[in-house]
Design a protein around this ligand. Structure first.
Ligand code: EPU
Length: 301
């Protein structure tokens, strides 16, 4: 979708920058996605003005975080994409509290806090994506998730059209799910972290990195795990047991390293990846009677 010059210059007056015809292939870890205009939200305070303008002009929009857990349709997209600039995100520590911009890289945040002797998030080190995305889905790995550390979140709440600060205790953080509204936009978070010597945190980080390297296809284009694990079960193990490693539709392929990672092994389209997801879901349903739920967020037009 194209933003015209009049709207572009009004967006500019709110400190937002428009980029035309951006390929979302370049913005997602799967390397899949069509093209559209992108609005970079450089000034948080003016986000309500930007949203009001987009609503007044009937411009549909979606918010893209780190792009590491999303599968986006091919071709020209009928909406614009909003994005927080990721360069030089604000991060600071005060006592045992860390104040982090949502656009910060999750791993970068873990390291930043570790160097200041704040731990508790070692398991999150290799999880790709932004802090905002991690908050939205309560990202986790190796027994850690971000939710329990959250004290306060500053966000844009579409329901009120305003920036709001909510307490961590007012949000439900479940397994790969939270009670945020789908159109809430995370802006900043205050985390409360346990003090721990840097050396100890580093040792924990190393262990997690090694485990991850041993079991996940880190050098291939993926969105991490495609499905959530069903209660008490493992999607990866079931898909593996069905002999589906290496199974493909076009260039969309079940990783031969970890069966719950679906990789883009060349120039996979969204259509290929969706077919592969449906095919595997159906086979798991047939064999185990379990309906796997997507972990990856699908943006169909
Ligand atoms: N397994 C297989 N074959 C496979 C993959 C796994 O047999 O191809 C077996 C493993 O041997 C193990 C069990 O299944 O006995 C569980 O596998 P793993 O330890 O790799 O954990 P997982 O449940 O598949 C979860 C998260 C990962 C996270 C790891 C480590 C989900 C959907 N996945 O994977 O998170 O990194 O634990 O904590 O919860 C993600 O969410 O995108 C993600 C990658």
């Amino acid at each position: 979708m194209r933003i015209n010059e009049t709207v572009s210059s009004r967006l500019k007056s709110f400190g937002a920058e428009v980029q035309h015809d951006v390929s979302l292939k370049e913005k997602t870890s799967l390397g899949i996605g069509g093209t559209t205009d992108e609005v970079l939200l450089r000034r948080y305070e003016s986000i309500p003005d930007v949203m009001r303008l987009l609503a007044d002009e009937s411009i549909p929009h979606r918010f893209l975080g780190g792009g590491t857990n999303v599968l986006i349709a091919d071709g020209k997209l009928p909406y614009v994409v909003l994005h927080l600039p990721a360069s030089q995100p604000g991060m600071r520590v005060e006592g045992t509290a860390a104040f982090i911009d949502a656009s910060a890289d999750l791993g970068g945040m873990v390291t930043f806090c570790a160097k200041r002797d704040l731990g508790g998030m070692e398991g999150l080190i290799g999880v790709p994506g932004s802090v905002g995305g991690a908050l939205r889905m309560n990202a986790g790995a190796y027994g850690t998730s971000i939710g329990p550390h959250v004290r306060e979140i500053e966000l844009y709440r579409a329901a009120s059209g305003q920036l709001e600060t909510v307490r961590g205790t007012d949000i439900r953080f479940d397994y790969r799910h939270t009670s945020f509204a789908p159109d809430d936009v995370m802006l900043r978070v205050k985390l409360e972290l346990p003090p721990k010597p840097f050396k100890e945190i580093l040792a924990g980080i190393k262990v997690c990195n090694e485990k991850r390297r041993a079991s996940q296809p880190l050098n291939q284009k993926s969105a991490g795990c495609i499905f959530k694990n069903p209660p008490g079960g493992s999607a990866g193990r079931m898909i593996d047991e069905l002999g589906l490693k290496g199974h493909r539709v076009g260039d969309a392929m079940v990783s031969d390293r970890h069966a719950n990672f679906f990789v883009n092994a060349g120039s996979a389209s969204c259509t290929d990846m969706l077919k592969l997801i449906d095919d595997v879901r159906e086979r798991v349903r047939g064999a185990y009677g379990i309906e796997l739920e997507n972990e990856v967020i699908v943006w169909q037009n």
